[in-house]
Write a protein that binds this ligand. Structure first.
Ligand SMILES: Nc1ncnc2c1ncn2[C@@H]1O[C@H](COP(=O)(O)OP(=O)(O)O)[C@@H](O)[C@H]1O
Ligand SMILES: [Mg+2]
Length: 329
């Protein structure tokens, strides 16, 4: 038996954590025994509501906060004992990044290059490359206080990339962004990943995890309560749901009886029914046919995508808190 085997679970994962724990002064167990194994080249989505322990985990993995128990390695280095090696290997864009509002995007990127030890000319050319990469060339010489939320997040990302890290940590990179800015950032993260960057991102949005992540861990009250591919997590909710809206609400009872052959139906009032069926979207045609034959007119039939709330309810038995709350459990 060699050394690695003796350590049991140790793998060559790019991010690995075992029994990671953080108890804040005062006794709050913000991270409570987290195990992780993120392989090189993966996009791992860390999904959870406000206060779940996402940022605390990221701060530990990025060497900004010591765990009170357990250990973690990133890019092969221990986050406590080899913190400076870890820092050299990773790029970090934190949730509460405070950028100086009276600097320009270009100035900040060049400064970041200098902080990473790049020479002046190198720093300049790297800044140019990155401005182009995140589509901020036109805004490069504007003060940050004129940047939109989406532009700031793109600059955060560019800053995290200055030293060409192999692992990227992003804490809620798109929270509060409009859909267009969000999907442009997703595109950027996908292409970075295609180039080989391992990405660990936290999010409150199931859709974000579904769109981006190869694998997702759901964290609640400091514990990982479910982990898997987005498809696997969606299935935890149970059979897919369909939402049926009738033109005439007085036909609800009749429709409910008829649809019961297709799955389990519940009446939501005002002519709206929801149906759980193993067939998912494939049940739409038979449903419409059944109702049509009974001369019940249908206003709409839609597949109901499971939300983070549904997955949460399925795995924890309680609803996720609404984003925007203070996050205390
Ligand atoms: N510095 C701190 N001191 C005490 N409690 C904290 C501190 N930072 C965060 N917490 C608490 O730890 C829990 C997890 O917080 P956090 O990791 O920020 O969650 P998330 O990023 O998922 O919203 C929350 O209950 C939060 O209030
Ligand atoms: Mg957070």
């Amino acid at each position: 038996m060699n050394g690695a085997e003796k350590l049991g679970r140790r793998t060559d994962a790019t991010i690995e954590a075992e029994g990671l724990e953080r108890v804040y002064p005062g006794g709050l167990r913000a991270v409570d025994g987290v195990d992780l194994a993120v392989e090189a080249g993966e996009i791992y989505g860390f999904l959870g509501p406000n206060g779940a322990g996402k940022s605390t985990t990221v701060r530990i993995l990025t060497t900004l906060l010591r765990p009170t128990a357990g250990h973690a390695r990133v890019a092969g280095y221990d986050v406590v004992k080899q913190a400076s090696q870890v820092r050299r290997s990773i790029g970090v864009a934190l949730q509460e990044a405070a950028l100086d509002p009276l600097m320009t995007g270009r100035e900040l990127l060049q400064l970041q290059g200098a902080l990473h030890g790049l020479r002046r000319a190198e720093s300049r050319s790297r800044a140019e490359q990155l401005l182009e990469r995140v589509d901020l060339v036109d805004a490069a010489d504007r003060l940050l206080n004129t940047y939109s939320g989406g532009m700031r997040r793109r600059l955060d990302l560019a800053m995290a990339l200055v030293h060409r890290p192999s692992v990227l940590f992003l804490d809620e990179p798109t929270t509060g962004l409009d859909p267009v800015s969000r999907s442009s950032l997703w595109g950027e993260l996908r292409s970075l990943n295609d180039e080989g960057t391992t990405i660990f991102l936290t999010t409150q949005y199931l859709e974000e995890a579904e769109q981006l992540a190869d694998r997702v861990g759901i964290i609640d009250h400091g514990k990982i309560v479910a982990e898997g591919t987005p498809q696997e997590l969606g299935r935890l909710v149970g059979d897919p749901g369909l939402y049926v809206k009738l033109i005439d609400p007085s036909q609800s009872d009749r429709a409910r009886e008829l649809l019961a052959v297709h799955g389990s139906v519940s009446d939501r009032g005002e002519g709206c029914l929801s149906l759980r069926t193993v067939l998912g979207a494939r049940a739409i045609a038979p449903i419409v046919r059944t109702l049509d034959e009974a001369q019940i007119e249908v206003d709409a039939v839609e597949v109901e995508e499971p939300t983070l709330d549904d997955v949460f309810l399925a795995v924890t038995g309680h609803r996720a808190e609404e984003p925007g709350e203070d996050g205390s459990p």
